[in-house]
Design a protein around this ligand. Structure first.
Ligand SMILES: *[C@@H]1O[C@H](CO)[C@@H](O)[C@H](O)[C@H]1NC(C)=O
Ligand SMILES: *[C@@H]1O[C@H](CO)[C@@H](O)[C@H](O)[C@H]1NC(C)=O
Length: 931
């Protein structure tokens, strides 16, 4: 008995003395997290008490865990059931942890004190949203966006009477939007909710009129990209608090309810891409800033005059809305107007631009109408697009017709040229950076180039984060894009102080502050996706996992499509300037004493002249961005291909030296071998082995007379993959190719693939860190992740290789008549589950084709994942292709296959610089080059 009391006393006093010792139940829960998750913070030691010794990311009130805040810390694993033991938990923020998978445990409803639940943004949770979510009645924020949740929204959600934010966007949710009836609850009961963000799901059916009432507090109603049909309920007009309505990309039909114009608080209205009909309503009296009515079936009408009553309009999008008659002059004088999109209508008459034109105007797109006259009293050439109008048939109109597609990405050299983004800086600086995207589903402006729109980043966000304890030196905008969803995507880099790295707390704080909207942006709500930060101080006893870049973003594919070359020109000029400045390290070079260049011979200008027959026209085999390519014959009798840089595209001597040092170290049968170089008499030439059967592109297009059956294509893919895997993983130092495309895969004697053209290559640093550098590459092959962030990894090559794989299957160009092969295949797969209809007609007669292609396309699609982290490595690709070849019982030794008999008239074109229309950007060239 006494002993018992003693024991009680002991336990009791222990509890008393160490006040902050974690409650045993909470401790069980946390230990369960620790064992189930990978990459937990290093100070999560079982021996240490979480509350008392402050496990990183765990916040306690006395002995109870009240917050778990660990966004962006690379956690991986499932959310264990035991999480429900944390009965005092108020905040659970696990955003931006791509490794978190599996369902939300069904007992999550036990977390009765939960106020903020954010498991959003590129976590990979799946399964249905548990019915028990309805028990979390204290919940204010529910962020489940950008996961893989499926099933329907549980009716129980209607019990969350305190909910202010509901974000379920970008999942695979389906079914009706639930509303209450006599037996169940529904979304209509969420009277405190200000935000319904439900876009990018598969919701279907009609929206019940019961969803809306005048009691609601709703500000943002966002439903873009679903499969909703029926008419837009006129009860929507009852919700006077609304500010943003996005219903675009659905199947809504019928007319737009007239009473929408009573919603005087609405600033952004998106109704585009539906089947809306009837008259376009009169929006007089609204406070609209951004209006998108494009692609609907409205009654034909002239441009409404009520536009003139909306002085704050910045953006009018009325593409393909059956507008007719002339364009009123006054439209251009709306004081805030930035973008006016009226293309694909039946507008006629003369377009007049008066001196009264708004100074904010950025773009007037009138393409494809019936306009036959144009007059302007100001210089408006740079802001008007008027191609495909009768006007353009007049010779005097060539001045204003033939415009280039405007860019939908703005890159800010100011940031891009700071610190990490300069070539010469050490990659370790880059590793210290944290990158991410602020994504706005709606925003009120459309001129992406106007810097004033982003001042809040430096003036507000930066000090705000610092005040929350983030050791931040600088917030910097890398690029601003409108993505294919019409979202504004700001690519941001966060620089830590001094020479430090961010720790988990710093990263988590940034994620938490942003994703929980603790920071208010001037454009309303946003969300934040990051690129995983892999430079945390390593855990004791575990080696640093190296630098793996993972961008957590989706669907930026088409960014690449619609971009002009303009942004590059600036960069290329800079390269040229830098190059011009460098010293000449060759000045003392003589034949025989070339440092560090093994295996590559030095040629004098005379040597080269001789072997190309004085650079004769006959020996010319191609022309590239930086000059011509000649075929030559050495004294030994060996054939070579000589890349001769033309004036104006010479590299700095240092760059040239670096390049040949790099190239001379590369030896692999699937990589074009550098034989030598010439740096003499002001000339720069690279001399390669001659590859006789031209490029893969030429073979695919039938130009070179080579027939490629499926097995040959598989072998070419394998060879090229091996070459690339060698460059990434075995070359010393490793090399990122940067411009993988079918033009750069050459075919040898026995159609063995050889990867060519390292003019754009970048060395990897010793520890495998990525380089940030100028975006280079070829449209159609460019990795969107690289494009947005300006950060290059070997996964960018993997992406381009995926495009080549699709070329091999389909025989198509990556970009054909504005159709992007990746998108085409993706849509076809989604619709029919296969790509049979896209298979190259040249292979139609083959019987073995169907078995092999399916896996091949699947592999290609993995290479084409938006997120670099999700793509396989090249050596994985090699293994997969080897398996496919084994499976169809081929002898996969490429070298042993003799196919030369079937070649037929092979054209003498050993180098890939002649045959396509792709725009390419060369390091040696002085700007974008149309080949
Ligand atoms: C322009 O179109 C309107 C409406 O279709 C038509 O009434 C008018 O005659 C046309 N004007 C000219 C100059 O073609
Ligand atoms: C840029 O935006 C600011 C603020 O919105 C505006 O005052 C300014 O006129 C804009 N500049 C241009 C060139 O449109």
């Amino acid at each position: 008995m006494i002993l018992r009391i003693l024991v009680y006393l002991l336990i009791f006093s222990y509890g008393w003395v160490v006040v902050a010792r974690t409650n045993p139940t909470d401790l069980t829960a946390l230990r369960s997290l620790k064992t189930q998750w990978k990459n937990t913070p290093p100070n999560w030691r079982i021996k240490h008490d979480p509350c008392d010794q402050k496990w990183e990311g765990i916040f306690c009130n006395k002995s109870r865990v009240i917050k778990i805040i660990l966004p962006g810390t690379n956690l991986a694993g499932p959310l264990p059931k035991d999480i429900s033991l944390l009965s005092e938990l108020q905040t659970l923020d696990l955003s931006n942890n791509r490794g978190l998978t599996g369902p939300l445990p069904s007992n999550i409803g036990n977390l009765k004190n939960l106020v903020d639940l954010s498991v959003l943004v590129a976590c990979n949770f799946s399964g249905p949203i548990p019915e028990s979510i309805g028990s979390l009645t204290k919940l204010i924020h529910l962020f489940l966006n950008s996961n893989k949740f499926n099933g329907s929204i549980p009716h129980s959600i209607g019990n969350l009477a305190n909910l202010v934010w509901l974000d379920l966007s970008d999942n695979q949710l389906e079914g009706h939007l639930p509303v209450s009836n006599s037996t169940t609850t529904g979304l209509d009961m969420l009277l405190k909710a200000k935000h319904f963000h439900l876009g990018q799901n598969k919701f279907s059916g009609a929206i019940s009129p019961k969803l809306f009432s005048s009691n609601m507090d709703l500000m943002h109603f966002i439903l873009n990209e679903n499969q909703l049909n029926g008419s837009i309920p006129d009860t929507l007009g009852l919700v006077r608090t609304l500010e943003v309505i996005r219903l675009d990309k659905n199947f809504f039909s019928g007319s737009v309810p007239r009473n929408l114009s009573k919603l005087t608080g609405v600033t952004e209205l998106y109704l585009a891409n539906n089947y809306l009909s009837g008259a376009i309503p009169d929006f007089t009296g609204m406070n609209l800033q951004y209006l998108d009515l494009s692609n609907n079936s409205f009654d034909p009408t002239t441009i409404p005059l009520w536009f003139q009553t909306l002085p704050n309009l910045t953006t009018i999008m009325m593409e393909k809305t059956r507008l007719e008659g002339h364009v009123p002059v006054a439209l251009f004088s709306l004081p805030q107007l930035q973008t006016l999109l009226l293309r694909n209508n039946q507008l006629n008459g003369t377009v007049e631009i008066s001196a009264n034109i708004s100074s904010s105007l950025h773009l007037i797109d009138l393409r494809n109408n019936f306009i036959d006259g144009f007059s302007s009293s100001v210089d408006s050439k740079d802001l008007i697009m008027i191609d495909d109008n009768p006007l353009c048939r007049k010779p005097e109109a060539t001045q204003i017709c033939n415009t280039v597609q405007p860019s939908n990405i703005s890159i800010f050299p100011d940031c891009a040229s700071v610190g990490c983004f300069v070539d010469s800086k050490l990659p370790s600086d880059c590793k210290r950076l944290y990158l991410g995207y602020l994504i706005f589903r709606t925003f009120s402006f459309s001129n992406l180039e106007n810097n004033s729109n982003y001042l809040f980043l430096r003036n507000d966000l930066q000090p705000f984060l610092v005040s929350h304890g983030v050791p931040l030196k600088r917030v910097c905008l890398v690029s601003s894009t409108m993505d294919i969803n019409g979202y504004l995507v700001l690519s941001i880099s966060f620089f830590p102080h001094g020479d430090t790295y961010f720790n988990r707390t710093g990263i988590s704080t940034i994620g938490n502050v942003l994703n929980n909207q603790i920071f208010n942006s001037p454009y309303g709500p946003y969300f934040f996706r990051d690129m995983s930060y892999n430079s945390f101080p390593a855990a004791e006893g575990s080696k640093s996992i190296g630098f793996i870049i993972g961008v957590t973003m989706c669907s930026f594919m088409l960014v690449v499509l619609t971009t002009t070359a303009g942004v590059y020109a600036y960069r290329q000029r800079k390269i040229a300037q830098r190059a011009a400045k460098s010293n000449n390290p060759f000045s003392s070079w003589n034949e025989g004493e070339v440092p560090q260049v093994k295996g590559a011979r030095w040629f004098s200008f005379e040597d080269v002249k001789r072997c190309t027959n004085n650079f004769s026209h006959e020996s010319e085999i191609g022309v590239g961005g930086y000059g011509k390519v000649y075929k030559g014959k050495l004294e030994s009798g060996d054939l070579v291909a000589i890349k001769r840089a033309q004036l104006g595209s010479l590299q700095g001597a240092l760059e040239f030296k670096t390049e040949i040092e790099l190239l001379s170290r590369v030896h692999h049968k699937n990589v074009v071998n550098l034989v030598g170089f010439c740096y003499d008499k002001g000339e720069q030439m690279l001399i390669y082995e001659y590859v006789p059967n031209g490029s893969l592109r030429e073979a695919l297009s039938g130009k070179s007379g080579i027939q490629l059956n499926w097995t040959k294509r598989l072998k070419i893919a394998l060879g090229a993959a091996r070459g690339l895997a060698y460059l990434h993983e075995l070359a010393d130092p490793p090399i990122i190719h940067r411009d993988i495309k079918s033009d750069n895969i050459l075919l040898g004697e026995r159609l063995n693939a050889k990867v060519a053209d390292f003019g754009l290559s970048t060395l990897l640093s010793d520890d495998g860190a990525q380089f940030t550098t100028q975006v280079k590459g070829t449209l159609g092959y460019l990795d969107p992740e690289y494009y947005m962030t300006q950060i290059l990894t070997e996964k960018s090559d993997v992406y381009s290789f995926g495009v080549v794989m699709l070329e091999l299957v389909t025989g198509r160009f990556p970009l054909e008549k504005n159709k992007y092969i990746v998108r085409l295949v993706r849509e076809e797969l989604k619709e029919t589950g296969n790509v049979f209809s896209l298979v190259d007609p040249a292979m139609h007669s083959e019987s073995d084709i169907l078995s092999g292609t399916e896996e091949f396309v699947k592999l290609a699609m993995r290479c084409l994942e938006d997120i670099g982290d999700d793509r396989p490595s090249m050596s994985e690709v090699v293994k997969e292709i080897e398996k496919m070849i084994e499976a169809i019982n081929l002898n996969f030794d490429v070298e042993s296959i003799t196919t030369s008999a079937s070649y037929g008239g092979v054209r003498d074109s050993g180098y890939p610089y002649s045959s396509n229309n792709n725009v390419s950007f060369d390091i040696i060239g002085s700007g974008p080059v149309v080949r």
